[in-house]
Design a protein around this ligand. Structure first.
Ligand SMILES: [Zn+2]
Length: 414
């Protein structure tokens, strides 16, 4: 993409009202536009990042055999009354009446709706097991929206639901999802921990959270350095009895063994091998997709801006042409851009007639993993300078070496 033709309105001054690093850099780097408190629009750069994260999730979900669907954001309140969760989630659910007097809500989650769908079609054990998932916008009437995408009123989630004939099947589906989650957060370049948690309003008896250590985290875990274990409760280490250290965490994923809470309440039954009528055994699995963007930035930044891990940044690299008025350099940089694009790399070419300082500031701020510089040195000896955004390491490469370097370094695992 050409910077000169793109809508990438990075800010030179500090954005007003920023509440933490990821919020500040998302606004300054033109990832997000704040529509109102807790409500955001994704600008082109932010949307590219979002799409990359969604596609990592999609790839790992599809690998497990889960099938993607898209449920409605509008839901009749009626289905929530069957499980009693219209009351449990009353404080956060956005509800209203439409012009026909129907009571509706903007879905904060989808257990009830997916159970309605599945019970309509499933009647025999032969149709089980399977897992459905979606990536969709969810809504919460948040009393205290803050930290940008960390706690907002409208956010994007991946939610998956497994349907099994018994607990043994559920345990298997749960483990498959648990392992897929580990791959997803690793692919996103996140440092994370898992911990057993309280299922809360979701129900069921077992759940695990995926937590990202970050100063702005709203959850707290307690860490035993000797056992390398995290606990939900303060109190000494359950294993060795030593004192625990408090660490702040952002929750990015939560998986639940729901059991038969929803299938019993909504009468989602099937006939087993012996012709007995049984409730479907369910699990549900959530990932805060938009929140991952904040978590990545909280863990990956420096004074100059964001440092995207490979595979989740807006682009693979930013290509800078310095001395834009030099026709020779500009022609050469354009050829290098074409070459890299044709090789399948995702490149932002900063072709603007701006001073070098402005270009470097933007390249550091938006934080693509590599900065490729065509400047004075290229004129002297045809060497392209490559700066690794994370380490600041600088390499001088010819065209072939540049392509080899990018090929070797941008490969995302499996
Ligand atoms: Zn311990």
């Amino acid at each position: 993409m050409l910077f000169s033709k793109s809508f990438l309105p990075t800010l030179r001054e500090e954005p007003k009202g920023a509440e933490c690093t990821s919020h500040r850099l998302s606004l300054k780097g033109s990832l997000l536009f704040m529509v109102s408190s807790g409500i955001y629009a994704y600008l082109p750069f932010g949307f590219r990042v979002l799409r990359k994260i969604e596609n990592i999730i999609r790839k790992r979900m599809n690998e497990t055999g889960a099938q993607e669907i898209l449920m409605s954001a509008l839901q009749p309140l009626e289905i929530w009354k069957q499980t009693g969760r219209d009351k449990d989630l009353e404080e956060v659910m956005i509800t209203f009446k439409d012009r026909r007097g129907r009571q509706l809500c903007l879905g904060p989650t989808h257990e009830e709706e997916v159970t309605e769908i599945v019970k309509r079609y499933v009647s025999s054990y032969k149709q089980l097991p399977f897992t459905l998932y979606q990536i969709q916008t969810k809504f919460r009437d948040e009393a205290r929206p803050r930290y940008g995408l960390v706690r907002s009123c409208e956010f994007i989630m991946k939610d998956a639901y497994s349907f099994d004939i018994d607990d043994r099947g559920l345990n298997f589906s749960y483990e498959v999802m648990f392992n897929a989650y580990k791959k997803i957060f690793k692919d996103c370049g996140l440092e994370f921990v898992t911990v057993e948690a309280d299922p809360g309003a979701m129900g069921g008896n077992i759940s695990h959270e995926f937590m990202v250590p970050a100063d702005i985290g709203e959850d707290t875990l307690y860490f035993c350095k000797d056992c390398n274990l995290y606990f939900k409760k303060e109190g000494k280490c359950e294993k060795c009895g030593r004192k625990l250290k408090e660490e702040k965490m952002i929750e990015v994923g939560h998986v639940f063994k729901l059991g038969t809470k929803y299938s019993k309440a909504q009468e989602a039954y099937f006939l087993d091998k012996d012709g007995l009528r049984k409730p479907i055994v369910m699990g549900c699995y959530g990932i805060g997709v938009s929140r991952i963007i904040s978590a990545i930035i909280e863990q990956n930044h420096d004074k100059k801006g964001i440092i995207w891990p490979k595979g989740v940044g807006g682009f693979d690299a930013t290509l800078l042409v310095l001395e834009r008025e030099d026709e020779f350099l500009f022609q050469e940089a354009s050829l290098i851009y074409e070459l890299l694009i044709n090789r399948g790399f995702d490149i932002l070419f900063d072709d603007r007639p701006e001073p070098a300082g402005v270009k470097f500031n933007d390249a550091y701020l938006i934080g693509n993993p590599y900065i490729i510089i065509v400047g004075k040195r290229y004129k002297e000896n045809s060497k392209i300078e490559l700066e690794v955004r994370r380490s600041g390491e600088k390499l001088n490469l010819n065209k072939d070496e540049l392509i080899k370097f990018l090929n070797d370094n941008l490969k995302v695992n499996g």
